[in-house]
Design a protein around this ligand. Structure first.
Ligand SMILES: [Cu+2]
Length: 494
């Protein structure tokens, strides 16, 4: 008798997959034969798209204020343009930008456009025809790529592949019609590692000609980037692969990042573009939730728009978020990677959390002038104390805030939402209505709510009384922040 061939589950699944696969192939072939218009998510087919790309439909140049609400580039600017025979004409000049200031205390010799780092934002509207001249004043050839924009292949700006490099002194002309809307970028596509590490990039915002949803009242755009600038030097190091130490929003770090200002109830759009060399940035906004409405690939259909408070902006991509500013206050916007909200000096310290280092710095400074160890209770106070730092470098963290020093630097800024403002000048710090700020709990509160405090002694570095030893090599300007209420002091060992 012929042995019965057992059909295992695996065999069965594989066999079924083969049959299903063949059916799928047949179906695909038949679909291709019928030239079904279903190979693009928007229902158009490739052939139609190619035709569209070669027959541009120019529309009259759109006007700011009338056809769109202009984008705001905090700490940056928008590239001026003029209309010549129905074409919007722009001129970018790639050049060295000496002494670009990341924040007071740190300048570096960067590369940028039209005297600024990063380049000014190019802004246009779907249907506009644009002609962009690029003059190269750099000491090296370059080429400019228009990231995510549909254009003829020869306008794509890839040195060697789609065009000759733009030699120093030469001016190239790029010209195309904008067939889409969204958040895009431009950047060097020649010796990319070096030229982008030095800052050769900018934003390219295309507004919709006929938006399906209401226009945003406030439309902000940020380029996220990262740099390696060794403290005391002034030239970003393009060879760095992992250990970046300056993380920027529009080439600035907090406290030099300009706040975004909005009136209560306004529709706000924020566009993030990430051209960091190696790092993705999860951008977190406090106080509201938002919808992610677009990428550099275009508008996200409403049914697929996620509600978030953090959006990951990976390298080489853009994310557009929309929300209504419905809560007054000063709301942080920052990268949620904690090392990306530290400035230069926050890296590569030995871990001394919980270590009593009394006297250590003093002894070591006999041999290493200016030596300083990490704080024994963390880094929170170190920016404020003005640690001795090399010339042309930034302290580890932050800047002054209305209640205390803000312990975040780098990719950090604020969204200031206000009722009753008449302009968008920085309104200063938010004035909180009485009773709406967290503060030390009173004994009455604790008693009423039956809060039992620990009775064991809790001597920790952060609660230990200040010693006469100066912190960070300088006498403290004021005693370190200790818990102020009676309850805590009752539990302190003195
Ligand atoms: Cu980040």
């Amino acid at each position: 008798m012929k042995p019965f061939k057992k059909i295992s589950r695996r065999n069965f699944v594989a066999g079924a997959a083969t049959i299903a696969g063949s059916a799928a192939v047949l179906h695909r072939l038949s679909a291709q034969v019928q030239n079904a218009a279903s190979d693009q998510p928007d229902g158009t087919n490739v052939a139609a798209k190619v035709e569209k790309a070669s027959t541009p439909q120019n529309l009259p140049p759109a006007e700011p204020g009338k056809d769109y609400n202009p984008v705001i580039t905090p700490n940056g600017s928008t590239l001026p343009w003029k209309v010549v025979d129905g074409v919007k004409v722009y001129h970018l000049i790639a050049q060295q930008v000496p002494n670009h200031e990341f924040a007071p205390g740190l300048v570096a010799n960067c590369w940028g456009f039209n005297g600024q780092v990063h380049g000014p934002t190019i802004e246009a509207v779907e249907g506009d025809r644009v002609r962009i001249y690029v003059t190269n004043q750099l000491p090296a050839p370059t080429a400019i790529h228009w990231h995510g924009i549909f254009l003829p292949n020869g306008m794509d700006g890839v040195s060697g592949l789609t065009q000759k490099p733009i030699d120093p002194g030469d001016t190239f002309k790029y010209e195309f019609t904008l067939k889409q809307h969204g958040t895009h970028m431009y950047h060097s596509h020649h010796d990319e590692m070096t030229q982008m590490a030095l800052g050769l990039m900018g934003l390219f915002v295309i507004h919709p000609r006929n938006p399906k949803s209401p226009r945003p009242d406030r439309d902000f755009a940020f380029m996220l980037s990262e740099w390696k600038i060794i403290p005391g030097t002034s030239r970003p190091d393009p060879n760095e692969m992992t250990d970046f130490n300056v993380f920027t929003l529009n080439a600035k770090v907090f406290p030099a990042t300009a706040p975004m200002v909005a009136k209560l109830g306004q529709r706000v759009r924020i566009r993030y573009c990430n051209l960091s060399a190696m790092d993705h940035h999860p951008m977190h906004l406090h106080g509201v939730n938002f919808k992610v409405t677009g990428t550099d690939g275009g508008q996200i259909p409403e049914s697929a728009q996620q509600v978030e408070t953090t959006v990951l902006v990976q390298v080489g991509s853009t994310r557009t978020i929309d929300f209504v500013a419905d809560a007054p206050g000063d709301w942080p916007l920052h990268c949620h990677m904690t090392h990306h909200t530290m400035n230069q000096m926050g890296h590569n310290f030995p871990n001394l959390i919980g270590v009593d280092k009394t006297g250590l710095d003093k002894k070591l400074r006999r041999f290493i002038p200016g030596y300083m160890t990490m704080g024994e209770a963390g880094m929170g106070d170190m920016g404020e104390m003005g640690m001795p730092a090399p010339k042309n470098s930034l302290p580890m963290v932050g800047g002054p805030g209305p209640f205390a020093y803000i312990g975040m630097g780098g990719m950090f800024t604020t969204l200031k939402v206000r009722e009753g403002i008449t302009d968008y000048e920085d309104p200063g710090w938010y004035k909180h209505p009485p009773g709406t700020v967290a503060d030390v709990a009173s004994d009455d509160d604790l008693k009423r709510d039956g809060i039992q405090l620990p009775t064991d002694s809790r001597e920790t570095a952060s609660l230990r009384p200040v010693s006469s030893e100066p912190w960070c090599g300088i006498p403290p300007a004021k005693p370190p922040t200790l818990a102020r209420n009676e309850v805590t002091s009752r539990n302190m060992v003195r």
